[in-house]
Design a protein around this ligand. Structure first.
Ligand SMILES: NC(=O)c1ccc[n+]([C@@H]2O[C@H](COP(=O)([O-])OP(=O)(O)OC[C@H]3O[C@@H](n4cnc5c(N)ncnc54)[C@H](OP(=O)(O)O)[C@@H]3O)[C@@H](O)[C@H]2O)c1
Length: 272
């Protein structure tokens, strides 16, 4: 057990509880905020302690600092959750892309890191928390595992190499897990967004080049926001618990397909 164990008196075992990874920014943070607004208890996980402390102060989420690519830190998270004794929903949201190189110019370390955070970390966390998800399902009827994959997990694109490969693997993890949990009252859900304008995703992918990151979203009329995807995440898990949305593809109206992004205002074509 780490010194991150929250004061147990602030945790109420009668209240539904979620673990949200990637809660320090973007979609994870927005999901943690919305869950708190809906009355859930939230264990908020990421590496940046200052961001989690700010979230905790603003919402009452329980912060837990962990690098999910480190098994010992995932074990510490499992120990905390074991002590709490209840998780109704696990939101696997931590992830991200690194670089836009072609396969010919692939940077192997970037491929490995991308696979580690999007795929292996999701497996590590799910495997570690499954026992408590099961006991929660036994005591309260149901549990849910929601994983934020991507449309990059459904279709490949040039320069997407490491990210599309890792997200395809993460999507395969979701489908495998759903089959393996057959017969148990545990939902296994994939949310696959297209273009989402979050402050850090493209910035990280493009190694901190703000101008290039801004260009990704330039001229797009109403790109999805972190709050939009959080709404889908939370509403999906708040549906009656026997309804399993296996795969939810979420795109802005301006993106008709992965390769068809309209830039410029959305305008009705009205016959004169
Ligand atoms: N934005 C999009 O266009 C888009 C589209 C489809 C899918 N997605 C997926 O949605 C998820 C969230 O993306 P986002 O746009 O919200 O990006 P983001 O703001 O960059 O969020 C990524 C989160 O992952 C956490 N994280 C990264 N590496 C970690 C590690 N080793 N250990 C623990 N936490 C780690 C980060 O926290 P720390 O840095 O504090 O650790 C951060 O909270 C990702 O899985 C992404 O692939 C995004």
């Amino acid at each position: 057990m780490t010194d991150q164990t929250p004061p147990v008196q602030t945790f109420d075992p009668a209240v539904r509880t979620a673990v949200v990874t990637g809660a320090s920014s973007g979609i994870g943070r927005a999901t943690a905020e919305l869950l708190r607004a809906h009355g859930w208890q939230v264990v908020a996980v990421a590496r940046r302690a200052d961001r989690l402390d700010e979230l905790a102060a603003a919402t009452g989420a329980i912060p837990f600092v962990a690098d999910l690519t480190e098994q010992s830190e995932v074990d510490d998270l499992a120990a905390l959750v074991g002590q709490l004794g209840r998780i109704d929903a696990l939101f696997n949201i931590a992830g991200g892309a690194i670089g836009t190189e072609t396969v010919e110019d692939a940077i192997i370390d970037d491929w490995v890191r991308t696979y580690e955070i999007n795929t292996i970390a999701t497996v590590r966390v799910t495997r570690a928390l499954l026992p408590v998800l099961r006991t929660t399902a036994a005591e309260h009827g149901w549990a849910s595992i929601l994983t934020l994959t991507s449309t990059a997990g459904l279709i490949s694109y040039e320069g997407g190499g490491a990210y599309t490969a890792a997200k395809h693997a993460e999507q395969a993890f979701v489908e495998t897990l759903r089959l393996e949990l057959s017969g148990e009252p545990i939902r296994v859900i994939a949310i696959a967004p297209g273009l989402v304008h979050t402050p850090e995703f493209s910035l990280n992918r493009l190694h901190g080049d703000q101008a290039k990151a801004d260009a990704v979203y330039a001229g797009v009329d109403h790109p999805l926001t972190a709050e939009d995807v959080a709404l889908v995440n939370v509403q999906t898990v708040e549906l009656p618990p026997h309804i399993n949305l296996d795969l939810v593809v979420v795109r802005p109206v301006a993106q008709s397909a992965q390769h068809k992004l309209h830039r410029g205002p959305l305008t009705p074509r009205i016959e004169q």
